[in-house]
Design a protein around this ligand. Sequence first.
Ligand code: UDX
Length: 438
Amino acid sequence: MGLVTGACFAASGHQVVCIDMDAAKIALLHQGKLPIYEPGLDRMIVRSVEEGRLDFSTEYAAGIGDAEVVFVTVGTPMAGQDGRTDLTYVLNAVADVAACMGDHAVIVIKSTVPVGTGDEIARKIRLLRSELDCAVVSNPEFLREGAAIADFMQPDRIVIGAEEAAARDVVVKLYRTMVGQDVPIVCTGRRTAELIKYAANAYLVAKISFINEMADLCESIEADVEDVALGIGLDHRIGSAFLKPGPGYGGSCFPKDTQALLVTAEAHGRHLRIVEAAATVNNARRHDMVRKIADACGGTVDGKMLAVLGLTFKPGTDDLRESPAVAIVHLLVAEGARIRAFDPAAMPRLGDLAGEVTLAETAYGCVQDADALVILTDWPEFAGLDLLRIRKSLRQPVVVDLRNVFAPKQVAEAGLFYTSIGRMPVRGSEARWSAAAE
Ligand code: UDX
């Protein structure tokens, strides 16, 4: 989020310094390389650096002293299993910023922080530098990984939560240099802005869990969830986005932010039943998916070699955080499966997962002599795979597609047995496991 914010404001003509304590990251950026995978970001950064508008530093003093606006974009991980948010990074960053910031600067909190954190930060700065005239503004971010630049430059809306009109106007003016008048800017109080971020994520999460439950029902009543999603999504009151069924949501935001919202609500004596149900459905889903895979493999995955395509929590990123694919792989291994995996972007980042799976260099290499193919992330290139070639490579012609990458008819025509999400297989291509071929 920090890099995207810096790069986009620099591209809009502003002078930007991105600060990070991690010297290795800053060194990488100075070489024109990115520590993350985000389409289009490298070109944007290189251009702004060449044109002298963007720089990187590990020194707070280097960028903060003269800054009119300071964006805080550091991580806010979960503090423990109970869903509380760890604010250490934000509070430390704010203390370091406060130590060297000039008068009249505006601190903009972009990190996702529980409601009331902006008030806490303002108090902290007053304690540290009582002489300073400085405002704290909440400006939550709605970037999706993989589409971050477009989300930043052409957002559906911008939310600015401020307690002081002058600070609010500074941030509104700054954004208007980047986005046209057609982009709504929602100006509100600081606490409300903080809640908008959590409410948006909770709503999207509820949509995903809702369609996943509909998918389960479709499988029992022989209906098609893709058509259900289309049929309800065309109602403009509902909208078609975030109605894609799958193995459940993951990533660095949705699971963490829903838990944090539940914790905030509980702390204020409120029990958010809809949000809680959405999270419960999602947590159960990975186990349901393992059952589904086992069913397609004759009732158990024990001793079977499964080819897994896709490990990231969604396509277009190398991020494995809270990835349903990774959780499912761990569960499959615990049930005795051997896994050979391929992912177009995540391979260098596998960490401890690398010890549990064998890696393949290509999708076709992954399926070679595997007992079944399991698709866990909907990378667009998987849709273009040659199904006949896959059938010839597999030991058993079984495909479990947890992202509905293929059309049931297409898979049946290739002679494969097919299990997907919320759709009936074409007659004759229902999952069938041959014990004799094992
Ligand atoms: C999300 C929010 O969209 C973004 O506004 C916020 O700032 C950060 O969190 P991101 O985590 O990048 O962004 O991913 P997103 O595209 O929202 O997908 C999150 C998860 O939901 C993925 O695991 C994805 O596969 C899943 N998902 C999404 C579905 O299962 N079905 C859908 O219809 C949409």
